[in-house]
Write a protein that binds this ligand. Structure first.
Ligand code: SF4
Ligand code: SF4
Ligand code: FES
Length: 467
C-alpha cells in the first residue's frame, strides 16, 4: 500500500491505496473503502473522453492512465473554477466553443454523398485528435492573464480552416480571438496527452491568417526589416559581424565550431558576441563566424510569415552546410530551436551543450544568481539541466533555482502585443527578484526581463567573467 494526497477545497486528505493502480482506480477505491464521497469526473476509462484530467503532482494528467505513486498529490485541474472536490467547471470552454461557431458552415449543402480526398483528410488528422481534456488550457500563461481562449480553441479553428467543406472565414474568427497573443511557449504541447503540436497548429493558423491580411502591423514591420537588412531589428551602429574576424583559432584546438549569432547579438548585444568568442577559445574551441549568415527566420515562422522565412532558411542552410566544422553553436534559444526543429540541421548545439561537455575550472564568483529557462530552449530543445550544471560549477556562486515560466517575449508577442508581454514580463520578474543576476540564454528574454528592471546576462557573459 502507498499513500496519496487529495486536495478537497482547502484541505489535503491522505489515503492509503494499493500500489500499481491508476489514479482513477485509486479514487474509486477510496470512495468504496473509506466512504469518502470524493467527487471526480470520468467516463471512458481509456484515454478517449478527456473528462478525467486532473492536476497530478503539479501537472495536468489523465487519471485513467496515470499510475499512483507514493506521496502523489492529486488536485483539480488548474485554471478553472472548482465545482466540488476534483470537479471543475468546464462551462467557459463550451461557451467559447459556441462563440467560434463550432460547426461546419456552408452556403449550400450537398444533395448527395461527398467524397473528400484522403490527402485532405490527412492534413487535419493531428488537430482532429483532441479529446477535450482541457490540460492545455490549464497551463497556458496567456490564457491565465489575458483574453486568450487557449491552444485547443485555436486548434479547433484550424481544424475548420483546413476542412474543404467549411466556408466560414475562420482566420478572421481566430484573429479576433487574439490569435497573435500566443507566445509559442509550448507549455500546452508538453502536457497534451494526444501529443498534438499545438504551437505548430497556431503558427499554421497564423500563416493562413497572414495570407488573408489578418496580421499585426508590428509584425509587418519586422518583415520589412528582414526584407531590407536580413535582420529582424533595424541597424543602429556597426554590427558584430562587421567588427569580428572570420576565424579565431584556439591554441590547443579540441573542437571547431561555427557561431550562428542571430539578429540581436549581431545588431544589439554585440558584447555577448565577443564574450562568446572569448569563452569558446578559453575552452580550446576554434570559432568560425560566417559573415554572410542571415536572420534564422524565427520571428517570421512564429508569426505566420513562412514565405520570408523560407528564403532565409534556404540561404542559411546553404552557408551552414558548406562549413567544415564540428558543430554550429547558437547562444539564442530561438535561433537554436529554429535551426534544430525547422531547418532540421543535425549538428546544431546550444552554447550550454558545448560548455557542459567541456568541464573546465572556473574562478570563484561570490554572487547570488538564478536561471530563467527560455521556452525555446527548455521545451524547444529540451535543455534545462546543462545551464544549471554549468552555473553550479563556478566556485562560491550561490545558485537559487527558479520554476520555468514564460516571460512573454516570444512568439512575436513582445513586438506585437506589448500590453500582454509587459503583464507576463512583470509577473516573471517578480518571481526572479532577490538575486544579483538572472542568467539566461536568449537575447529576447534578456532584453525583456531587463525592461522589467532585472540585472540579466547571457550565460556566456557570466562564464567570460570566471575564465
Ligand atoms: S504555446 Fe504557450 S502561450 Fe501558446 S497556447 Fe500554448 S501554452 Fe498558451
Ligand atoms: S489539445 Fe490536447 S491538451 Fe488540449 S484539450 Fe485537446 S487533447 Fe487535451
Ligand atoms: S476517463 Fe476518459 S480519458 Fe480518462
Amino acid at each position: 500500500m502507498i499513500e496519496i494526497k487529495i486536495r478537497r477545497e482547502d484541505k489535503i486528505e491522505s489515503y492509503r491505496v494499493p500500489e500499481g493502480i491508476t489514479v482513477l482506480e485509486a479514487l474509486e477505491y477510496i470512495n468504496k473503502n473509506y466512504n469518502a464521497d470524493i467527487k471526480f469526473r470520468a467516463s471512458c476509462r481509456n484515454c478517449q473522453c478527456g473528462s478525467c484530467a486532473l492536476t497530478i503532482n503539479g501537472k495536468p494528467r489523465l487519471a485513467c492512465e496515470t499510475v499512483v505513486e507514493n506521496n502523489m498529490l492529486i488536485e483539480p485541474l488548474r485554471g478553472f473554477r472548482v465545482v466540488k472536490d476534483l470537479v471543475v467547471d468546464r462551462e467557459p470552454y463550451y461557451k467559447k466553443l459556441n462563440s467560434i461557431r463550432n460547426y461546419l458552415i456552408r452556403k449550400k449543402y450537398p444533395e448527395d454523398i461527398e467524397e473528400i480526398d484522403d490527402s485532405v483528410v490527412e492534413k487535419s488528422r493531428e488537430v482532429r485528435s483532441c479529446i477535450d481534456c482541457l490540460s492545455c488550457l490549464s497551463v497556458c500563461p496567456v490564457r491565465e492573464n489575458y483574453n486568450f481562449p487557449g491552444a485547443t480553441i485555436m486548434r479547433q479553428i484550424l481544424r475548420f480552416s483546413l476542412d474543404v467543406r467549411d466556408e466560414e472565414d475562420r482566420e478572421r474568427i481566430a484573429f479576433f480571438e487574439n490569435l497573435y497573443c500566443c507566445t509559442t511557449c509550448s507549455s500546452c504541447v508538453e502536457v497534451c496527452p494526444m501529443n498534438i503540436e499545438l504551437e505548430r497548429a497556431i503558427e499554421k493558423l497564423r500563416e493562413r491568417a497572414f495570407k488573408k491580411g489578418y496580421y499585426l502591423d508590428e509584425h509587418k514591420k519586422v518583415r520589412e526589416n528582414i526584407i531590407k537588412n536580413n535582420r529582424s531589428v533595424p541597424k543602429i551602429d556597426k554590427s558584430f559581424l562587421e567588427q569580428c574576424k572570420e576565424f579565431y583559432k584556439a591554441e590547443n584546438e579540441k573542437l571547431r565550431v561555427a557561431f550562428f549569432t542571430g539578429c540581436l547579438i549581431d545588431y544589439r548585444n554585440i558584447n555577448v558576441g565577443f564574450d562568446t568568442i572569448k569563452v569558446l577559445l578559453a575552452h580550446n574551441i576554434s570559432v568560425l563566424i560566417p559573415k554572410d549568415q542571415l536572420c534564422c527566420g524565427s520571428p517570421m515562422l512564429r508569426t505566420g510569415q513562412k514565405d520570408v522565412a523560407e528564403r532565409l532558411m534556404e540561404k542559411n542552410i546553404e552557408i551552414l552546410e558548406s562549413l567544415d566544422v564540428d558543430y554550429i553553436v547558437t547562444i539564442c534559444a530561438g535561433c537554436g530551436s529554429t535551426l534544430k526543429n525547422d531547418y532540421k540541421l543535425k549538428n546544431v548545439k546550444d552554447i550550454s551543450e558545448i560548455l557542459y561537455k567541456f568541464e573546465r575550472e572556473y574562478k570563484p564568483l561570490p554572487i547570488t544568481v538564478t536561471y530563467h529557462d527560455p521556452c525555446h530552449l527548455r521545451r524547444g530543445q529540451n535543455i534545462y539541466k546543462e545551464p544549471r550544471e554549468i552555473i553550479k560549477r563556478i566556485p562560491n556562486i550561490k545558485f537559487i533555482d527558479s520554476q520555468p515560466k514564460c516571460c512573454g517575449a516570444g512568439g512575436g508577442v513582445r513586438s506585437g502585443v506589448k500590453e500582454l508581454s509587459n503583464i507576463l514580463g512583470k509577473k516573471r520578474a517578480k518571481e526572479l527578484r532577490g538575486v544579483d543576476k538572472v542568467i539566461t540564454i536568449c537575447p529576447f528574454c534578456e532584453l525583456h526581463l531587463k525592461d522589467q528592471g532585472l540585472d540579466v546576462i547571457n550565460l556566456v557573459s557570466l562564464i567570460r567573467r570566471v575564465i
